[in-house]
Design a protein around this ligand. Structure first.
Ligand SMILES: [Zn+2]
Length: 778
């Protein structure tokens, strides 16, 4: 059994540590505690001295035995939506619509209960959690569980994959780039997240949590070093790197020490898959989860098995996984340092890549590194997390927060607005027009167009956002619905000595450090916490783009231009999160005094965010499917070869229907790779469309005809033997003028996989198989 560490959250009156209490109950209470503490000490001494062998005595509870285990539940559920025609969320590239599956998307839920309070942390393979998604999830939880899961004790965080589906937003700006609010995209996310919580809820059992922290170098670079350099020198000097390298791991075990799950945080953009990708993919963070889960659930297909590994986003605002850094793709030379553009081709030519040769290899390398580091920390995690749980949440009108800078001066946040450099995109992708980063002056051409189409920003907003040249004054644009959220969530949950700060957007490295420090200071200020580990959960609860420091904001690169509430956005958050942390710290202290009330619940809830009724949807319904004359859906257009070696790629193309006709595709698959088992004369599935080794492409042809191409990248670990690939789908046809949806499937010829073409065993097996095939066909 591990020894309880000194740094844990100080517990309550029933625990011996209540004597550490210093405030809130008044002098009488302090005296009582001191006296009680004294008596306890005396009794302890007496028992220690007087306990003789054979003499029955009440054992004095040690801290180890008195620490009640938590109830812990973990759950994972598929949240993949229809991978066709719907835009992918992240690069805001309208041409990047879904066309297949690289890896499936999952929601991973962790429920912790201290017998008094319960918290839920969800990390989902999604670009970001939107306000709409959160509200729909909370509504569904309320309908199912009443008041058990609420806005204050449930954190929803996105991994920031840029290859998940869009369409789950209620504000106009996001709806425009997403083709509106798309029900078929929202439903699997809501249902998948809720299902992951259901699974965690139903398997809660007593267990323990251990925390561990390490550093992972070489896996991330700062993509706006110029902005970072604008932070004060003495502040920068405190840090070795311009991105955070720490990986924080929480290890969950049952009471026998068997691992049941892991939750980790690392700050890096999930943009290893770039904007040329059209397949739904969980990118580097999702693949790290996949690797850890495959490791801990041996023999299971991806997405199956009890062990759940969450790799959650953090302060990744200016952090890129494209470690080769930005280069002009046309010349190979580095881009302009200040505004990330190229002499020929401008911003569009300046792109980051690496560390691999292509995006798949880059995803694999980054994911492997994160997974390896997390696994090492998981294996060595020895510091037990103990103490009660707390959560604090508020809705805040971020357009109007006043911040006291000093005794005489206040500043304020602004109505949301995006700067010119927002349209430049980043070196990770985006930005098709002639905008460049680092622009502090407007452009008369684009400003003119903007004024005509959406209107001129007010003077008040322009002044408030200075020096940001405003491209879209989204806070002043309300047609047909508001363009940006005004009411946002601030939230902290504490699990013993670990504080999870849920941030509603992409916070930069230095902003994240300041926020962690502020929260830590506040939590520890009253003596309620010691050696608390503060971690930032990024992309949580509602999306508000970026959060930079005031200094970074002045440079107006992409992140500054996308800090929508103005130059004092971070200061406002520091103030708000400090408030939450203080409430938690006070709750810890007050809770230890009669009548044991939780002060956190006295925090004002704040203004409720809106839930818009009339959302627009620009996606047309998927049309009927056609096929060539004298063929059927599922027929093979391009067949497999008879023999492959490990390391080869098998490719096969079928006549297909639109994947949108397959409805709810969660826990299903468009693809299986199957191996023949000659002992049982059956086919066994070795891969699905969730597998890293398979790629399912949907190719939309002309005249409503489409194909599905399945690729299998045969891994070196593949068993030699006979295989087949199957494809499953649905097609829509009109029958008597009514749409009818029909399932279909297609199967490849049997092919063999061998280590070498020249193996005698292979030829013998091949002959046996051919004989068997003949027997079964004739
Ligand atoms: Zn981002």
């Amino acid at each position: 059994m591990f020894k309880q560490q000194e740094h844990t959250l100080l517990p309550f009156p029933t625990h011996s540590m209540a004597r550490k209490k210093t405030v809130s109950c008044g002098a009488v209470a302090i005296l009582v505690v001191l006296v009680t503490g004294g008596i306890v000490t005396l009794i302890t001494l007496m028992f220690t001295r007087n306990t003789a062998p054979g003499l029955e005595s009440t054992p004095v509870p040690s801290q180890e035995t008195e620490h009640k285990p938590y109830l812990i539940g973990v759950g994972r559920a598929d949240c993949t939506g229809p991978p066709a025609e719907i835009p992918l969320m992240g690069y805001a590239n309208t041409k990047q619509t879904g066309a297949g599956i690289h890896t499936r998307l999952y929601s991973r839920a962790f429920i912790i209960d201290d017998g008094r309070k319960r918290v839920v942390f969800v990390t989902a393979d999604v670009g970001m959690v939107s306000q709409r998604l959160r509200l729909e999830v909370l509504n569904a939880l309320k309908a199912k569980y009443g008041n058990l899961y609420r806005q204050d004790n449930v954190v929803l965080s996105g991994t920031h994959t840029h290859s998940g589906l869009a369409g789950y937003f209620q504000y106009t700006l996001f709806m425009i780039t997403s083709k509106g609010y798309i029900k078929e995209s929202v439903q699997p996310l809501v249902n998948g997240i809720v299902k992951s919580i259901d699974i965690a809820h139903n398997n809660t059992k007593p267990g323990r949590i251990y925390r561990s922290r390490g550093e992972l170098e070489g896996n991330s670079v700062n993509r706006s070093p110029h902005s970072y350099m604008n932070n004060p020198e003495e502040e920068r000097n405190r840090y070795k790197w311009n991105t955070d390298k720490q990986v924080l791991v929480l290890k969950f075990t049952d009471l026998d020490g068997n691992g049941i799950g892991m939750l980790s945080w690392f700050a890096v953009h999930a943009v290893s898959m770039n904007y040329t990708n059209r397949m739904v993919s969980s990118d580097n963070m999702g693949y790290a989860s996949y690797l850890m889960e495959q490791d801990k659930n041996p023999g299971e297909l991806p997405g199956h098995g009890g062990f759940v590994a969450g790799f959650s986003s953090s302060n990744l605002g200016d952090v890129s996984p494209n470690t080769k850094g930005p280069h002009c793709v046309n010349t190979g030379l580095p881009c302009d340092y200040l505004n990330s553009s190229c002499p020929v081709g401008g911003t569009k030519m300046c792109q980051s890549s690496g560390p691999g040769e292509d995006m798949f290899e880059s995803t694999r390398i980054i994911a492997h590194n994160i997974y390896q580091k997390a696994k090492e920390l998981y294996v060595n995690a020895k510091e037990e997390v103990t103490g009660f749980l707390h959560s604090a949440h508020q809705w805040v009108d971020m357009t109007n927060v006043t911040i006291q800078i000093n005794s005489t001066h206040t500043v304020s946040t602004c109505k949301p607005a995006l700067g010119h450099s927002f349209a430049a995109g980043t070196t990770d992708g985006g930005g098709d027009l002639n905008f460049t980063q680092g622009s502090v002056e407007g452009d008369p051409f684009w400003d003119g167009i903007r004024d005509v189409i959406v209107g001129k920003p007010s003077n008040e907003t322009q002044e408030c956002h200075h020096p940001k040249p405003i491209l879209f004054s989204t806070g002043e644009m309300n047609w047909p619905l508001p363009w940006h959220p005004k009411i946002i969530d601030v939230q902290i949950i504490t699990i013993g000595s670990v504080a999870v700060v849920a941030v509603p957007g992409e916070i930069t490295t230095m902003s994240g450090r300041r926020l962690r420090e502020s929260v830590k200071q506040e939590l520890q200020s009253e003596g309620a916490f010691r050696d608390v580990e503060v971690v930032i959960a990024g992309l949580s609860n509602v999306y508000t783009h970026y959060i930079t420091t005031f200094e970074e904001y002045q440079v107006q690169r992409y992140e500054g231009a996308s800090t929508i509430f103005g130059p004092h956005t971070l200061s406002a958050y520091l103030q708000k999160y400090r408030g939450l942390a203080r409430a938690i710290a006070q709750a810890v202290m007050i809770w230890s005094c009669p009548p044991f009330q939780d002060n956190v619940s006295e925090l004002p809830t704040g203004p409720q965010p809106p839930f818009f009724k009339k959302l627009f949807n620009l996606m047309t319904a998927a049309g009927v499917d056609r096929k060539p004359e004298n063929s059927s859906f599922g027929d093979v257009v391009q067949q497999v070869y008879p023999v492959y070696r490990k390391g080869d790629v098998v490719s096969i193309t079928f006549i297909a229907g639109n994947p949108r006709h397959s409805g709810d595709i969660r826990d299903k698959t468009f693809v299986t790779v199957e191996i023949y088992d000659n002992r049982t004369d059956t086919w066994k599935t070795v891969h699905t469309d969730a597998s890293w080794e398979t790629r399912f492409h949907w190719l939309k042809g002309s005249n409503r005809q489409s194909n599905s191409t399945v690729e299998w990248y045969i891994p070196p670990s593949a068993a030699s033997g006979f295989y087949r690939i199957k494809h499953f789908g649905h097609f829509k046809q009109l029958k008597a003028l009514r749409p009818v949806i029909t399932p279909y499937e297609g199967t490849s010829d049997v092919f063999s996989v061998t280590g070498s073409f020249y193996s005698q065993r292979y030829y013998e097996a091949e002959l046996r198989m051919q004989k068997k095939e003949r027997m079964s066909y004739y």
